[in-house]
Design a protein around this ligand. Structure first.
Ligand code: NAP
Length: 259
């Protein structure tokens, strides 16, 4: 049983759908005040309504996390709404597919700006607010794709997710003096709106390649983020947790079939 995070103030970027929404629901269920961040208003407002209907506390802020002005506004709005900032879950991300020969240079920039630059901008904006509290927690949603595995069409995506891990290792050292920890969750294939967009064949093939024989749920990631944000995880920084049902483990198809 973890100590209560009741009353803590949490920003979750990309929380109108998918993994971010799952993280937001888990934190709200445990009594935190959650700021839902996304660009689209309808889904963001819907997530807030859903959390409030379940007895939780939430508000939303429309922001493009690749834009410095938007990210600063996201932190200001959180301090205004909840009286401060304790936890940042930098989760917003996109995963369009394009092989190298078909990829336009601007496709590369869009993915790197949305997935990696956003991580730097969100942390940079959050740190002054966390320093006012005397402590803070940063939990980043990376991926197995990039840091550990590869998949055709995702050179830009993989580079952005591996880049997040390079970022956390130095950020953890720089921010330790403020009692701020910086860690990352590496999801495998998690059933979200974004993943569903890749098609049923992709989902079926992925489920078959996972030792636990199912895709992950958004709560699987939310619970891991909750642990990394807890008091009990206070001595863990600059680290990663893979949450993938064992997907990265088999050396071959045979290793999976023989088990
Ligand atoms: P999703 O279902 O497509 O949801 C993405 C969320 O991010 C939405 O709320 C979206 O809202 C928001 N978003 C996208 N671009 C944004 C921007 N520029 N500024 C602010 N918000 C933005 O995606 P998901 O599958 O949950 O993925 C979430 C994160 O998990 C990503 O970082 C992804 O790389 C990572 N991940 C996912 C999986 C998986 O299997 N699903 C596996 C490994 C890692 P708006 O479009 O309204 O802005």
């Amino acid at each position: 049983m973890l100590s209560s995070i009741k009353g803590r103030s949490v920003i979750v970027t990309g929380a109108s759908k998918g993994i971010g929404k799952g993280i937001a629901r888990v934190f709200a269920k445990h009594g935190a005040n959650v700021m839902i961040v996304a660009r689209g208003e309808e889904a963001a407002a819907g997530t807030v309504e859903e959390i409030k209907a379940g007895g939780g506390s939430a508000a939303y802020c429309l922001a493009d996390v690749s834009q410095w002005d938007d990210v600063q506004r996201m932190v200001a709005r959180t301090e205004e709404a909840f009286g401060g900032l304790d936890i940042l879950c930098s989760n917003a991300g996109i995963f369009p597919q394009a092989k190298i020969l078909d990829m336009a240079p601007e496709d590369w920039d869009t993915v790197l700006d949305t997935n990696l630059k956003s991580t730097f901008l969100s942390v940079k904006a959050a740190v002054p607010a966390m320093r006012k509290r005397g402590k803070g927690r940063v939990v980043i949603t990376s991926s197995i794709t990039g840091p550990i595995t590869g998949y055709p069409g995702w050179t830009h995506y993989g580079a952005s997710k591996a880049g997040q891990l390079g970022f956390i290792r130095t950020a953890a050292i720089e921010l330790a003096k403020y009692n701020i920890t910086v860690n990352a969750v590496l999801p495998g294939n998690i059933m979200t709106e974004g993943l569903q967009g890749l098609g049923q064949d992709y989902l079926d093939t992925m489920a078959a390649s996972i030792p636990l024989k199912r895709l992950g749920t958004v709560e699987d990631i939310g619970n891991t983020a909750l642990f990394l944000a807890s008091d009990e995880a206070g001595y863990i920084t600059g680290q990663t947790i893979v949450v993938d049902g064992g997907q990265i483990l088999p050396e071959s198809l045979e290793a999976l079939q023989e088990a």
